[in-house]
Design a binder for this molecule. Sequence first.
Ligand code: ADP
Ligand code: MG
Length: 724
Amino acid sequence: MRMVGCRPLASHRKRDAPRPEGLDAVFRPRSIAVVGASTRAHSIGGNLLSNLFRTGFTGKIFPINPHAAVLHSVKCYSSVLDVPDEIDCAVVSVPKEGVLDVVAQCARKGIRGLVVITAGFKEVGPEGAELERRLTELVARKGMRMIGPNCMGVINAEPEYAMDATFSPTPASYGPLAFASQSGALGVAILNVAQSLKLGFTQFVSMGNKANVSANDMLLYWENDPRTRIVALYLESFGNPRRFVEITRRITKKKPVLVVKSGRTVAGARAASSHTGALAASEVAIDAVLEACGVSRSDTIEELFDLASALASQPLPKGDRVAILTNAGGPAIMATDAVIQQGLRLAELSARTKRRLSSFLPPEASLANPVDMIASASDVNYGRAAKILLEDRGVDSLLVINVTPVLYGPRAVWDAIMDATRGAEKPVLSVFMANEEFYDEARSMPSHPPIYRFPEPAARVLSEMWKIGRWQKKPRGTFRRFRMRKDAIAKILARRRRRGGGYLDPGDAFSVLAAAGIPVARPVFVRRESRLPAQAEKVGYPLVLKASGEKIVHKSDVGGVATGIRGAAELGAALARMKKDLARHGADADGYILQREAHGRELVVGATNDPRIGPLVMFGLGGRYVEIFKDVKFVLPPVSREEVLESLDRLKAGALLAGVRGEPAGDREFLVETILRVGQLVTDFPEIAEMDVNPLFVARRGRGGLAVDVRIRVSGRESAANGS
Ligand code: ADP
Ligand code: MG
């Protein structure tokens, strides 16, 4: 990457975080040209200029418009080339036909930062895409950085810049939130919500078509920015998901990253014949990816701001124990339900806390958690009780609920709670069920912690905050590398690739698994029926008979699996039945498979290698009902043993393995090791497009297990590019 910054960047650079070069020219310029400026109200060029004046941009402003001499009492130039001073950044809002010329002039002028507001590029079809390609190429060739095109602009609310280079009617105040939005229209909504919540920004950027500056660039820009404490993204697509994973995994250890991801698939709906492939294309997988990066995903902008405003004003909880303080029973029950449902616990209050509360609360009050002070609770008692609850060492966070009673107005209660909890080291979230006047009043109060109208969003926010805190402290865990016979694997895969890729023959698939150190029930392939009894003697009873054929995808679908065969007579009967079933289904077997019978729980372990996301490993309840129960989790290798165990514990399959009602526990260690081995296999061999081990039989603890069915699809030569 070339050094293209217009001001010294070295001080920002740290070894662990390459800050994207040149973005300061966009976000921290000393001078801005507004190309296409005008004074027409309600025009984009007009709003851009007046917004820069409105916020009092600290640098120089140069309006550019060949048809005006003066705009907003400022001298206007007909081209950036006529401006005698240096210009760091140009905001371009001219008709799309003129954009390339303007950008070329900017390059000649030595301008390093561009914000292209103009629309009509990739988003409108092939012609626009071609124009965008030329624009992007020009920008890259000249070493400039460009936001957009097709965007609403950028804001840097830091007082040293006070730059609002957007055409948004709503301004942004300064605060701890950095926001990048892929949608310009939503950008306005975002600024509105932020204003009503009193939440301020360091920077806000509407990224538009992300032709040059991507969300990943913005994440890097904010990674070590000390003023940005919370990063939020509204995304419709991932440009480079793999890089996103890499970057966010690191950033989320330092500051929360909140994402609203709309558009419901990552990999797109693709026809997949494996269980893992089908499930990996689904929503579950995106959630898993985001979770594995420590990102907090919200479904809506509203949810995201519920969380962001709490993070802006409250510390993270150190544990999951919540105290609820209320003056009404019903909402406290709702809050209790919500707290439990969100995976948090109700705090067990100490005897001392109860004693202290009882010294001033009426005898009708309930001193167990939730602490119900009943409707007569005064503002003073709210304050005292809140303080006492926060002092209890068994309490990690406090949820205050107030339903406006007859005697005390909500404002007095709010003030008392604020006074009592200011500077607390534990988060306090407040739910006020009041009339509109109170919320209107709150809007005119100076910056303050969030006020929720109902307990559920507050409980969700607490739970997200707890997850964020836990994630930040979570140790890296233990990572293991297993010995595998890599040469043997590479040879098998290469052979398939030379023939254009596709599914491995069952024998090869089992060999790959075995070479990866995973125990398999070796299939013995028998082409001629007459050879079955003799081969069966060699395999040993009890055994399993399966039909084998290139067109047979799921053998049991066509009656091609017979289990529990204990002798030659049963084998003969099973074969006769199978042939009938196969014929009925019109399935062609080109031979049979004999296999030792396995015992234990049926699990599935699978993996996909999306060229854009990279490896993704899935595991869970296996057998025939994988897609029905969807009791599966995804992990992103490299993954630690602890992370796998944690996901496993959250599955029903995990509970089954732990042993249900006197049943013996399964061999969890074996399962975890198999998951890790599959992860290593698909990481080391990206040409494995997808694979399924289903079922993997997991025996009793200490007894290991066996893979009895394996499918591995190898990508063809071209599509195997595992881009980074
Ligand atoms: P397919 O997935 O193509 O239908 P499988 O080989 O996975 O075929 O077999 C289907 C089911 O038959 C398995 O889920 C399992 O219940 C049972 N089965 C298959 N092979 C064995 C075996 N070696 N030991 C015990 N049960 C088996
Ligand atoms: Mg199977």
